[in-house]
Design a protein around this ligand. Structure first.
Ligand code: CU
Length: 177
């Protein structure tokens, strides 16, 4: 019996991770570019809940932009030297693997100062069971107040949670018998 519960738990965790992980195309149709509105990427991030396991995809024209992961200070002041890491080849895909604020800028020309910069706050991969996690920002990243309103995401997650529990149980029975 213990093995059964272990199986169920295991499958649930795997499925939950798969079901809840989201891929985000940064900027959607605008992609990763110098925006006409300097607040564009703040607006894009607002209302989204980024979780560990989610993936950001930056699409852009090679040689025109890049994606640099930077500190909060570099983000705020558009410091282009010595980024934490920099990626030149699109599409740049970044799987979020730590909680807390994350900062990205483009180091080409004045792109950052014109708003080609993104700050997000990453919360734990809690799925449906941690509605409160999205509401607490440990450090408020300048523009990254992305966390307060997630009623839509929450209800969707609950529905998915129910579905994946069902799938997990069915899978567990199939595996056992
Ligand atoms: Cu750029």
């Amino acid at each position: 019996m213990a093995r059964f519960f272990k199986t169920v738990t295991c499958m649930f965790l795997v499925l939950a991770a798969v079901v809840f992980a989201e891929d985000y195309d940064v900027g959607d149709d605008t992609e990763w570019a110098r925006p006409s509105d300097p607040k564009f990427y703040d607006t894009w991030a607002a209302g989204k809940t980024f979780r560990v396991g989610d993936e950001l995809e930056f699409d852009f024209t090679a040689g025109r932009h890049d994606v640099a992961i930077v500190t909060k200070d570099a983000y705020e002041n558009c410091v282009k030297e010595k980024p934490l890491s920099a990626m030149m080849t699109p599409p740049v895909k970044i799987v979020l693997n730590t909680t807390g604020p994350q900062y990205y800028i483009c180091t080409f020309g004045d792109h950052c100062r014109f708003g080609q910069k993104l700050s997000i706050n990453v919360v734990g991969a809690g799925g449906a069971t941690t509605p409160a996690a999205g509401g607490t920002t440990p450090t408020t990243p300048g523009a990254g107040t992305t966390t307060t309103t997630t009623p839509k995401a929450g209800s969707a997650a609950s529905t998915l949670g129910g579905a994946s529990i069902l799938v997990a149980f069915v899978s567990a029975f199939v595996a056992l018998f």
